[in-house]
Design a protein around this ligand. Structure first.
Ligand SMILES: Cc1cc2nc3c(=O)[nH]c(=O)nc-3n(C[C@H](O)[C@H](O)[C@H](O)COP(=O)(O)OP(=O)(O)OC[C@H]3O[C@@H](n4cnc5c(N)ncnc54)[C@H](O)[C@@H]3O)c2cc1C
Length: 397
């Protein structure tokens, strides 16, 4: 029987374990340095949209939304909130770039609807866009509460017989020639036929132990949850680029507000011992964001803000995810750099990584996301620089 070790019990690692177990790939062990969801996954807004900007992205998200719907039925305690789809909001200045992608969505049979400001207001009276704004509605989109999804998925994975070991840090990838043979933790060396690295913001120090690297940068990102709204929250998650953020309904009839910070420089995670809990909660960002959203979401100024979550987003050199076998070695797969959309990708990324293990290839063409697409000199150059998030790619869920 084959042994597969997964490093990291965020949504990517757990989803990979789920699909590997479903496909009966062998003995599966997930090693997690903290508790389940220790990284960005427990901090995410959980918004999902299938209308991305590349063919591979759209195809992958169609797979992801299909699996979110499936998991909503299979996992006890988890609901995929697809009741209102997902809305992407555009000012007249921002719309042409997105309008150019409509032929791609048509060709890939990705459903969408273009809504005028009047139509948005009529459908969801709590939203009030300016009259010259447009909405691109994704009926497959929606959101998940990470606090429901993570425990429900972990429970299912354990029912399948997967071992999830929490509070175990992988200190080294064991390498023999051009093969990764397992991992070393503080307590022991574990052999594996395949190691899947799903350690996201911590990936660079781990790959370095095997002399490997990828062009990844991490940026701080934050979202806040309000006191309960006066009425029922009956609107979709809104990716609201004109207001530099996003909103969605949250558990307990609250509002979740995500705020982008384009001027903040990348944060280099160089140790396994780095903890996201050390990030300060940037409450000073809330008042200006509330002001920006005030006309669009009337009543937002009356809300109190009860909680903040701060974590990291990881971006690759070309802004797209890095998924698949690491070049130069055998037995090592990675899944990372999901820009602001790793929660949204996770059921599909887990499937594709599992398919690499069981079939040698994923069920969709993922060549645009392969780690091998980057030359080593451009990787080195990217890692040596420091940039702000605004100088990286503009990407939303
Ligand atoms: C505030 C915020 C809001 C977001 N909103 C959204 C959203 O609305 N929609 C969306 O799609 N995405 C969103 N994201 C992005 C999303 O959270 C991430 O892309 C996604 O969670 C990545 O999942 P992951 O499992 O790959 O990484 P993580 O959840 O970070 O998991 C990696 C795990 O690996 C573990 N680990 C690391 N190194 C080691 C080691 N050496 N040994 C053992 N374990 C190790 C870590 O402890 C961690 O638990 C948001 C992110 C933030 C911060």
């Amino acid at each position: 029987m084959k042994t597969i070790i997964i490093v990291g019990a965020g949504v990517t690692g757990l989803s990979t374990a789920y699909h590997l177990a479903r496909l009966k790939a062998g003995r599966i062990i997930v090693l997690e340095q903290g508790p389940i969801g220790n990284g960005s996954s427990s901090r995410a807004g959980g918004i999902t949209c299938a209308l991305l900007w590349t063919e591979t992205g759209v195809r992958a998200r169609k797979v992801a939304t299909k699996w979110f719907r499936h998991l909503s039925g299979e996992l006890s305690g988890y609901t995929y909130h697809n009741e209102h789809g997902c809305l992407n909001l555009f000012s007249p200045e921002l719309w042409p770039t997105r309008a150019a992608l409509l032929p791609l969505y048509d060709r890939l049979d990705a459903p969408y609807q273009i809504l005028s400001a009047e139509q948005i207001k009529a459908r969801w009276p709590q939203l009030n866009p300016p009259e010259n704004y447009l909405g691109l509605h994704d009926p497959l989109g929606g959101y998940s509460e990470p606090t429901d999804y993570l425990p429900a998925l972990a429970k299912r994975v354990r029912e399948f017989g997967v071992e999830i070991r929490e509070q175990v840090t992988v200190r080294e990838l064991l390498r023999s020639g051009n093969r990764i043979t397992g991992v070393r933790t503080d307590a022991e060396c574990l052999s594996a036929d395949t190691v899947v690295v799903a350690s996201y913001a911590w990936i660079l120090p781990l790959l370095a132990t095997a002399g490997l690297r990828i062009p990844a940068k991490t940026f701080i990102h934050q979202r806040f949850v309000s006191s309960p709204l006066p009425g029922a929250a009956a609107f979709p998650p809104v990716n609201a680029d004109p207001y530099l953020g996003y909103i969605r309904p949250a558990a307990g009839n609250r509002l979740l507000l995500g705020i982008e910070t384009p001027d903040v420089p990348d944060l280099k995670v160089s140790s396994f011992d780095y903890r996201m809990e050390t990030l300060a909660e940037p409450w000073e960002l809330v008042a200006p964001a509330v002001e920006r959203f005030a006309d669009f979401f009337p009543g937002i100024q009356q809300l109190k803000w009860e909680s903040a979550k701060v974590g990291l987003l990881s971006f690759s050199l070309d802004g797209e995810p890095i998924i698949g076998p690491m070049p130069g070695v055998e037995g090592l797969l990675v899944g990372c750099c999901f820009h602001s959309g790793g929660f949204s990708y996770n059921p599909a990324v887990g499937l594709f990584l599992a398919e690499y293990v069981t079939n040698g290839a994923p069920s969709i063409d993922l060549s645009a996301f392969l780690p091998a697409r980057f030359a080593s000199d451009e990787t080195a150059e990217y890692l040596a620089t420091s940039i702000t998030q605004g100088q990286s790619f503009k990407r939303r869920h």
